[in-house]
Write a protein that binds this ligand. Sequence first.
Ligand code: ADP
Ligand code: MG
Length: 375
Amino acid sequence: MSFNKLSFGSTIGIIGGGQLGKMMAQSAQKMGFKVIVIDPNEDCPCRYVAHQFIHANYDDENALERLGESSDVITYEFENISSKQLKHLTETFNIPQGYQAIEILQDRLTEKQSLLEAKTQIVPFLYIQNEQDLVKAIKELGYPIIIKTRFGGYDGKGQILVENEENLEAAKDLIKKQECVVEQYIDIDKEVSLTVTIGNDQQTTFFPLQENEHRNQILFKTIIPARSDKEKEARKEVKKITNVIHFVGTFTVEFFIDKTNTLYVNEIAPRPHNSGHYSIEACDYSQFDTHILAVTGQKLPQQIDVLKPAVMMNLLGRDLDLLENEFGEHPEWHVHIYGKSDRKPDRKMGHMTLLTDDVNQTEQYMLMKFEGRDK
Ligand code: ADP
Ligand code: MG
């Protein structure tokens, strides 16, 4: 769908008031837009930077209608909203991201089927509904395997790594509760991701290839530019994906690179992504800036310039406990705190970005700082 460029003073409605919603709102306000946000959590990070807040569940039809009535455009910060409801909203309101990407990507099975259809390289997988399917899958894929729920997983939640027969029981329990997919567990050499923004006019603007390290399946750090020769190949894979999935706005494709240097598409997030946060300081446009430009129908920059290489570290509750006292001593850390009142060891509370001429050295320095971290 094509739509008119929104003028300054127009209102952007955001579904979801977490840190991504907050950083979208900050970009939007910089450009002169007003922001209204809906979130079930009264204390959500975006609330305090938005002009208006609707306190409601994401399945509250009246509240979503109210958001639509008050907004010139609607965007969302996460993929676990009902695609049916989103589809219904697109009939009345301006939602450039559309519902199709959500519909496909909130279900790991249809996500993988679309990736196959796009002819991208993905990790061998099987769909399993019961114990017999699991046994068959193990025969076909061999150990180790990773089981992932079809719906609702994030940051490694809803996933079980099965290395051998001994830890099969937990997998069986999970399958009893939810439909799953099983993947071969890859011997990963490196994880990378590519953030890209698609404009209203289909302009595709790439951010630099991002090198990611996960710990306990949660993003630990991102380095740009990635120390990898896979940028061109990753861009090609992303192009294949945009040929089959209609989308406007910022999204990220996560990849694995295995020990044989083969690139696999892992998953797609149809929204700004944690591994793109460095762009706020390290690039001439942040992933949130380009997202807002796209959904408000403005022209995108042809390319993103990296102003300086960067190391981005996530700050979970456990990391804040460890490093908070040092923030005042390190203005070069560019600390972002999201403003969540409830601190938990594995909850993302913020992140920090270090601009550097030597990512290897900065990486070593940061690893030392995070060393006392309770894993
Ligand atoms: P989430 O939606 O939780 O981000 P992912 O599928 O991206 O789910 O998995 C989270 C992390 O778990 C990945 O970034 C990677 O580190 C690890 N992982 C997931 N699947 C595999 C796999 N098939 N082989 C090896 N590691 C994996
Ligand atoms: Mg992931």
